[in-house]
Each structure stands twice: as structure tokens, then as C-alpha cells.
Design a protein around this ligand. Structure first.
Ligand code: KG4
Ligand code: ZN
Length: 347
């Protein structure tokens, strides 16, 4: 079964081809340089760039694999959540290909793509406990099947990726902040600055990062953080994020265990690319009797292989969409979960 995937929900234009055994082609055009001068993603620039690059990426993915549209079993495109302009472009492209080549269409939830990626790269069965950490989301979910998600907790303000990006900006590091902070922190002392760990020790598994971000901002405003202090500040910030995530993990595993016993902890989303966070979460999971699974770092950040993979998973179960599928700026994975104030819209 061969699927073409398209991803255009934010600032990566991506096309990929996967089959049931793995990735055949995985192309990502990062718009980073186009957005960098603005310190964040500019929706209008993103949409124009998707239009400019998407068709040539699809052509290259087919050329690389020596396949044509008629070799495909279906086409999958991200339909939400994300920036609406980009979503419209990717989904409309997918619909056109589906219509012209008479292929089934799968309109993909970007969060589900992150959530199921570990099943593409590891031998992973349901159920599992998922920690989804990205630029717009921070959630614990119990995943019992394709399309079956129960949210245990979420952020009540910022997402961790957003906090990484904002802190990086405060200390003059480049966008995106996650990789820049991780790099700077490798030379820093994580115990130099005592930063808050909001909600640590509290019941439940919600998250909060805004107090941590504000504490960094106050420190920087004092003017006492010099260039040579930035590695220590980055390491201290990263350490605080790791402490928050591992503390909340403890609570999430209790809820998971009550329903399903000990299961795998699966880490996904852009922030899952951070090696320090991966190591801390893996160690904590093992301590709690859970195994640990995370996709390779290159598949944590946005890509189209994860979208094509949802195509394969859904198609196998007969979960196909039609041409009336609409893009959705907001699209929670667990429809029964109450939205929390300030929680981000993108993945
Ligand atoms: O899932 P993703 O690629 O895109 C969306 O959020 O849609 O996640 C991007 C986020 C950004 O905020 C970025 O700073 C963060 O993931 N990120 C990282 C790292 N790599 C990317 N955060 C911490 N450490 C990293 N190495
Ligand atoms: Zn994402």
C-alpha cells in the first residue's frame, strides 16, 4: 500500500511517500529563512511559500521513488489544526490529485500524524501513553487505536515549543528557539539560575509554562545576564522544562496504569527532538516501569511522512474522506476534552 502525504500546516512545505514497511521518500522544504527576520512564522508568507514549493516537492518525491500517481493507493494531506491558508493549499492540492487520478483521500489531523509516527518507526502496539510536545501543544493522551484518543492533561497557557522560541528571542538566539537553546545549553550549567516549575507537585497532569517564561524575561530585564551567561540560562531553562515534564509524567502514568497497566511512554512532536528532554523522560519512564519510544529526531519536527503514514493507517481501517473534507484551524484529538484557556492552535 503506497501513500503520498502532504504537510502545509505551518512553516514546512513537505511531501513524502510511504508504504506499510516504511518511508520511500521524505522531502521537507523549510521556510525558516523566509520567516527568520520576523522572529516567528508570518502566515501570509507561509501560504505563498507553500504555493511556490508544493508541486515541485510532490514531483521530486515521485521522481525519487520512480513512481507515478497511478502507482499510489491514496493521498493524505494535513487538514488541521494549523494556519488556515497553508491548510487550504495542501488540502486543495490533495483533492485535485485525488479527483484527477481517482484516488482515495484522507484528510489528516496533524496531531494524529505526530501521535502515530512512532508506529511507523517502531514496533509499537496500542494502547500507549503519549506525550505530545510541540510549538502549539502539550498534552498527555491515552491512545487506544487510530482515531481513539483520551486527553489526560494539557497546557493551561503556553506550549513548551512556544516557550523555547520566546526565551530564545529574549536572549538574542535565532528562530526556532528549541534547537538554538539546546545547542547553547550544552556549554551551560543547568543549576546556575533557580527558575520556577509551575504546577510541579500538584495533582493532575496539566502543564503551565508561562510563569517560567516570565521569570526568564524578568532576569533578562535586569540587564545582568551577559553574553557569557546565556549558556547557563539556557541550560537552567531546559532543566526547568525537563523537571516540569517529568513531574507531570508521574501523574499521567498513574492514570494510564489504572486503566491499562504499565505501557509504553511515547514522546512525539517538535520538542521531542530535544536530546536532554528525551533522556530525562526516558529515565523517568524506566523508573516508573514504563518503556520509552520516540521517533528519530528528524521525524519529530513537522514532515509529510507522518501524514502519509496516517493515510496508510486510516485506509487499512476503511476510514476514508471525501472531497467535502474542510480545513480546520482548530481540531482537537480528543473531542470530549474541554479546551483550556490560552492553549495553542497549532501542532
Ligand atoms: O511539531 P513542530 O515541528 O511544529 C509545530 O509546532 O507545528 O514543533 C515545532 C516546535 C518549535 O517551537 C521548536 O522550537 C520546537 O518544536 N523544537 C525544539 C527542538 N526542535 C524543535 N524544542 C526544543 N528542543 C529542540 N531540539
Ligand atoms: Zn507539528
Amino acid at each position: 500500500m503506497i501513500f503520498l502525504g502532504i504537510e502545509t500546516s505551518c512553516d514546512e512545505t513537505a511531501a513524502a511517500i510511504v508504504n506499510e514497511n516504511g518511508i520511500l521518500s521524505n522531502l521537507v522544504y523549510s521556510q525558516l529563512e523566509e520567516h527568520r527576520p520576523f522572529g516567528g512564522v508570518v502566515p501570509e508568507i507561509a501560504a505563498r511559500s507553500h504555493i511556490e514549493h508544493l508541486d515541485s516537492l510532490i514531483k521530486r518525491a515521485l521522481d525519487e521513488t520512480e513512481l507515478t500517481f497511478s502507482d499510489l493507493d491514496g493521498i493524505a494531506a494535513t487538514a488541521g489544526p494549523g494556519l488556515i491558508g497553508g491548510l487550504m493549499i495542501g488540502l486543495t492540492m490533495a483533492k485535485s490529485v485525488a479527483l484527477v487520478h481517482d484516488l482515495p483521500l484522507i484528510a489528516v489531523n496533524h496531531l494524529e500524524a505526530h501521535a502515530l509516527t512512532p508506529r511507523l518507526t517502531s514496533d509499537l502496539n496500542f494502547p500507549y501513553l503519549l506525550l505530545l510536545v510541540s510549538g502549539g501543544h502539550c498534552q498527555f493522551l491515552i491512545v487506544t487505536g487510530v482515531g481513539c484518543y483520551r486527553r489526560l492533561g494539557t497546557t493551561i497557557d503556553d506550549a513548551p515549543g512556544e516557550a523555547f522560541d520566546k526565551v530564545a528571542r529574549m536572549v538574542g538566539l535565532e528562530y526556532p528557539g528549541g534547537p538554538a537553546i539546546e545547542k547553547a545549553a550544552t556549554h551551560g550549567k543547568g543549576d546556575r539560575y533557580l527558575l520556577p516549575r509551575p504546577l510541579k507537585g500538584r495533582a493532575g497532569c496539566d502543564f503551565s509554562f508561562s510563569g517560567l517564561k516570565t521569570a526568564v524575561s524578568r532576569l533578562v530585564e535586569t540587564g545582568k545576564v551577559l553574553d557569557e551567561d546565556i549558556p547557563d540560562l539556557c541550560a537552567s531553562f531546559q532543566e526547568a522544562v525537563a523537571d516540569i515534564l517529568t513531574d507531570r509524567l508521574h501523574h499521567a502514568t498513574l492514570t494510564f496504569t489504572a486503566a491499562h497497566g504499565k505501557g509504553p511512554l511515547v514522546l512525539a512532536g517538535g520538542v521531542a527532538a530535544n536530546r536532554v528532554l528525551r533522556a530525562r523522560l526516558a529515565a523517568k519512564a524506566l523508573e516508573l516501569g514504563f518503556s520509552f519510544v520516540a521517533p528519530p529526531t528528524s521525524l519529530c519536527t513537522d514532515n509529510a511522512a507522518m501524514v502519509a503514514w496516517v493515510g496508510v493507517e486510516r485506509f487499512r481501517l476503511g476510514m476514508v474522506d471525501d472531497l467535502s473534507a474542510a480545513p480546520r484551524a482548530r481540531w482537537p484529538l480528543d473531542p470530549n476534552a474541554t479546551p483550556k484557556i490560552g492553549a495553542g492552535v497549532k501542532a
